[in-house]
Write a protein that binds this ligand. Structure first.
Ligand SMILES: Nc1ncnc2c1ncn2[C@@H]1O[C@H](COP(=O)(O)OP(=O)(O)OP(=O)(O)O)[C@@H](O)[C@H]1O
Ligand SMILES: [Mg+2]
Length: 717
């Protein structure tokens, strides 16, 4: 039916008067108060003249929410979208939601007219009209493998670069290689509150010599003329002048250098006071508990609390304590709502932290470092920082990744502090002394110096970088680590003997999984193995939090022993996980009750189902899985094939039983014990295969299954 122009105008204007529009108008006033607002023209001008802008500005100054909106209507941006990367999905989703509100547009896939969307692992929410897309670094890398030129984007904003994840380092290297090589314009913005600006600038300004895949036209243009019209020439304070390389930040002004522009935003919207302990403490749980109740009993409402802890276990331990103590408070105090936040938590549970607390209730969020950068949690006025975080540490000699609790850097401490004072003045309590703060490392050690590089090297190879040593790294990883990664990829069959990526390697690189897990999937898809559906279910379990609830008391342990009995498989954890998923999926009446009865986390199981669905769809699309595939009950033969598939991906994670009853790893000859959470705990079998090596008070293998040594011979043959 044809719509008359008059009617169309009427409809448009009534849409504009809707609640989204009203919210946009209201938020516009708030946006204008942000320190970055006054820099709008400078930022736009910088990118008119330069391909790269390095932007620093205090936490909360408005970088992540405002910069994409400042750039959207620039003429150079008309042919493509703006990508904004985030280290973590919590930030990507919450920023997308906020920016959609500020722009008065629906979020993601909720409407075909939505202008702001997001993409995180196993969840993409965009529309045909998406113009700004927040995505995790891992997702952008995946897109970079599908389309080398990332033609859909005019601009990539790499946010929170100070975190220096391996993924960010790869993205920066790939972007630098793309500069000037693409037909359409590509603009790059690198942002952070705490990054080392000059090294970023240098990185994008160095001559592109000795690099793989760099066409000679690749180097960004040397001569930059600014001041071609009067209005613009004043933006950098050097009217009509040509630009002198090396002149950088000058107070609050943006000064252009020949290749990358630099801009600094002074100030934050609200102040944050910092206090320290006068004496160090050993017990961070006790100190956190004390501080939370000091705040709760003394500080007026409203004012939520965000506490930075080390990991899931400490968070859940503290949650129990806060809830117990909270129940003993008299009714003169407000109620407490304790919300945990850690990476393995399902998305819906993570997003709960952003909802306002109910009336007369104070939110206390207990988080790992996933809420450390980027996020604004509405209501938070108090930050409690324990000064510690769990970090991944790769031990080259053993070829093992382990998680260790470490002191954070000053940059991290400042980021944590920056989570307060976003909607009003705030307070940050550091549970360490001022002297301890001063003695912290300045910045995070780049992940590339301390983690397993096999995924990174595979991604490089899949993008055509054959000689990893010549890749433009911001910080070069140790040669030994690169060699180790190459060997691991070779043993997975992801590389050919020549070092080039194999067909199988390409398949693995496109999966949103680590190379070993990707290898397991590809192996299971082979017709003679034929157990892909079952393997997907196990891999889905391994990608979420532990599905089995902790059993702390003797009584609960006994109960768990009985109710979970029919799920336990003598071969170990992999087949036990499979049995649990299959039993849960076939439960048609009341899944929550089934989960409660078996002391299994219903929340985790919902995530497993979700991941299973997404992975299945992706593998069907990649033609690794038949369109009509379904999992059956796994008979003995299938069970053995499933374990053989895992062994194909994890042949480096094998330990054999020694005469003294201990297990020793094949690689590194290290003693390792079966983790108490495993169904094989306390059992003696010929050899074990494990998913994870964790080091707490001693070395443990987690996610363990019994294997036969002759299978290993088949794999290695
Ligand atoms: N979800 C939200 N709810 C309420 N206010 C928000 C929200 N997101 C952002 N804001 C407001 O916008 C301001 C700027 O946020 P933004 O994330 O753009 O800052 P930033 O400079 O990127 O900070 P950081 O360095 O910490 O990432 C916040 O300080 C806060 O006042
Ligand atoms: Mg930000």
């Amino acid at each position: 039916m044809a719509i008359s122009n008059g009617e169309k105008r009427k409809r448009d204007s009534s849409a504009q008067q809707g609640p989204l529009h009203q919210k946009r108008i209201k938020l516009l006033e708030t946006r204008k108060q942000l320190p970055i607002w006054a820099k709008q023209d400078e930022i736009q001008a910088a990118l008119r003249h330069h391909d790269v802008l390095v932007l620093s500005g205090e936490t909360g100054s408005g970088k992540s929410t405002q910069v994409p909106q400042f750039l959207l209507d620039q003429p150079w941006c008309s042919h493509g979208k703006i990508a904004v990367t985030q280290p973590r999905r919590v930030a990507a989703i919450s920023l997308a939601r906020r920016v959609a509100e500020e722009m008065g547009t629906p979020l993601g896939s909720s409407s075909p007219a939505s202008k702001v969307g997001y993409a995180v692992r196993f969840d993409e929410s965009t529309s045909p009209s998406t113009r700004i897309k927040f995505l995790t670094e891992g997702m952008l890398l995946q897109e970079m493998l599908r389309d080398r030129n990332i033609a859909q984007y005019s601009c990539v904003i790499v946010d929170e670069v100070h975190e220096r994840s391996v993924n960010v380092d790869l993205i920066l290297g790939f972007l630098r290689q793309l500069l000037g090589r693409r037909k359409q314009t590509l603009k790059i913005v690198v942002m952070s509150a705490t990054a080392d600006v000059s090294s970023m600038k240098r990185f994008f300004s160095e001559p592109a010599s000795n690099e793989e895949n760099l066409a000679s036209t690749n180097a960004p243009s040397e001569s930059v003329v600014i001041g071609e019209d009067g209005s613009e020439s004043s933006w950098d304070g050097i009217p009509g002048d040509s630009v002198v390389e090396g002149r950088e930040q000058n107070g609050d002004r943006t000064v252009c250098t020949a290749k990358a522009a630099i801009c600094h935003v002074e100030g934050r919207q609200y102040p944050v006071r910092t206090s320290y302990l006068s004496n160090p403490t050993e017990d961070i749980i006790e100190a956190s508990l004390h501080r939370i109740f000091q705040i709760h009993c003394k500080e007026p409402m409203p004012g939520d609390v965000l506490v930075f802890m080390t990991g899931q276990e400490t968070i859940q331990g503290l949650q129990k304590l806060v809830e117990e103590y909270g129940q003993n408070l008299t009714s003169e105090y407000p109620r407490l709502l304790v919300l945990p936040l850690f990476a393995a938590l399902p998305q819906a549970a993570q997003q709960r932290i952003f909802q306002p607390a109910p009336p007369n209730t104070r939110k206390v969020i207990l988080s790992t470092n996933i809420a450390e950068t980027s996020v604004t949690v509405p209501g938070v006025r108090f930050v409690v920082d324990t000064g510690k975080a769990k970090v991944k540490q790769f031990r080259n000699r053993l070829g093992l990744d382990s998680l260790l609790v470490k002191q954070i850097s000053r940059s991290s401490a400042d980021q944590r502090k920056g989570r307060a004072g976003r909607e009003s003045a705030g307070q940050c309590y550091r549970l360490y002394t001022e002297a301890a703060y001063e003695s912290l490392d300045k910045d995070n050690t780049p992940e590339i110096l301390r983690c397993d590089l096999s995924a990174a090297v595979l991604t490089m190879k899949a993008r055509g970088v054959d000689d990893a040593l010549k890749f433009p790294f911001l910080t070069s990883p140790p040669r030994e680590a690169l060699e180790k990664a190459l060997l691991q990829l070779l043993s997975l069959g992801a590389l050919e003997e020549t070092g080039r990526i194999s067909k199988l390697g390409r398949e693995i690189a496109r999966l949103p999984l680590t190379p070993p897990l990707g290898r397991v999937i590809v192996e299971a898809a082979r017709p003679e193995m034929d157990c892909l559906m079952e393997v997907i279910e196990i891999v889905a379990c391994l990608s979420v939090e532990n599905i089995f609830l902790n059993t702390e008391t003797e009584e609960v342990r006994e109960q768990a022993q009985t109710t979970r009995q029919q799920l336990f498989r003598r071969q170990g954890d992999h087949l036990t996980l499979l049995a649990a998923v299959q039993a849960y999926a076939s439960e048609r009446s009341d899944r929550r009750r089934w989960a409660d009865d078996h002391l299994i986390s219903h929340r985790a199981m919902q995530s497993v189902m979700d991941v299973r669905k997404q992975l299945t769809a992706q593998l069907k699309q990649a033609k690794l899985l038949r369109a009509n595939a379904e999992a059956g009950s796994a008979d003995e033969g299938t069970q053995e094939r499933i374990l053989r598939c895992f062994l194909r991906g994890f042949s480096n994670n094998v330990a054999r039983l020694c005469p003294d009853g201990s297990y020793k790893t094949f690689v590194g000859n290290q003693t390792v014990a079966i983790h108490p959470s495993s169904v094989l705990f306390g059992r003696k079998v010929e050899a074990i295969l494990y998913n994870e090596f964790v080091y707490t008070n001693k070395a443990y293998a987690r996610g363990v299954s019994a294997i036969q040594l002759r299978w290993l011979e088949d794999v290695l043959a």
